[in-house]
Design a protein around this ligand. Structure first.
Ligand code: CA
Ligand code: CA
Length: 243
């Protein structure tokens, strides 16, 4: 009878100890990684025709570089990254673009990547043509001297620039748009090429805190009463828990 009288206080004590332990546990991070393919309806190219601009988002290729003057191409890519958890901390991101053809035989230049925002349409305006100038320069994804056909090139892009609530977009342009004597551009695949074997894509690595978050973590705790004893089932949060 004495032993039975102790059961409930012991169970309560266990509960208190477990709760206190969870509160004292240091926050740890769960790593996760998502891949986003470029949006076919939004990726494409702008072409400067001097003095006009035109937009093509249905073409299979996104060109960056120059043709005989005044024609110049800039390529645009769009990734809907809004499904990333709002609470995620993006730790790394890498942009992958696949080459199609090299139209730079007589010239060498770099194709530069800029983080830009052109919204829900790629518009043939001087504003969207020049977005790169106020965007984040992510560096060179390709030097034409080391060009290879039908090959994915990649570049580390700024993790803090990944948009967790909307689109993450990029502009690719030639480092030398003054050439213009003959063709001097790279044709990159767009998402309009069938399937995903050549599509542009963005790989985002992020962490989610697994620290106990009361009261939400409390909701994940189930209690089962059994013969006067109480067992607590406790699990850590996983990456699947956070919407
Ligand atoms: Ca497209
Ligand atoms: Ca736009």
């Amino acid at each position: 009878m004495i032993r039975k009288a102790k059961l409930i206080p012991n169970a309560l004590l266990a509960f208190i100890v477990i709760m206190a332990t969870m509160l004292l546990l240091p926050a740890s991070a769960l790593a996760d990684q998502d891949t986003f393919y470029s949006e076919a309806g939004l990726d494409g190219r702008l072409r400067y025709d001097g003095p006009d601009y035109n937009s093509d988002t249905a073409y299979t290729y996104c060109a960056a570089g120059t043709q005989p003057k005044p024609y110049t191409f800039r390529a645009y890519f769009s990734f809907d990254t809004s499904s990333l958890p709002d609470g995620a901390t993006v730790t790394a991101a890498k942009l992958y673009l696949k080459t199609h053809t090299d139209q730079s035989i007589d010239y060498d230049f770099n194709d530069e990547v800029y983080r830009v925002d052109y919204g829900s349409s790629l518009d043939a305006t001087v504003t969207e043509w020049n977005l790169y100038s106020s965007g984040t320069n992510e560096g060179n994804i390709l030097s034409t001297a080391s060009y290879v056909d039908e090959t994915y090139f990649n570049i580390d892009v700024t993790a803090a620039e990944i948009n967790k609530t909307g689109r993450t977009q990029y502009c690719v342009k030639s480092s030398d748009e003054t050439i213009g004597g003959s063709n001097a551009y790279i044709a990159w695949y767009s998402a309009d090429e069938g399937g995903t074997s050549s599509d542009p894509y963005l790989v985002v690595t992020y962490t989610l805190s697994s620290a106990p978050e009361f009261p939400t973590t409390f909701a994940a705790i189930g209690a089962i009463g059994l013969s006067g004893l109480t067992y607590f089932i406790i699990r850590r949060r996983t990456s699947q828990d956070v919407a």
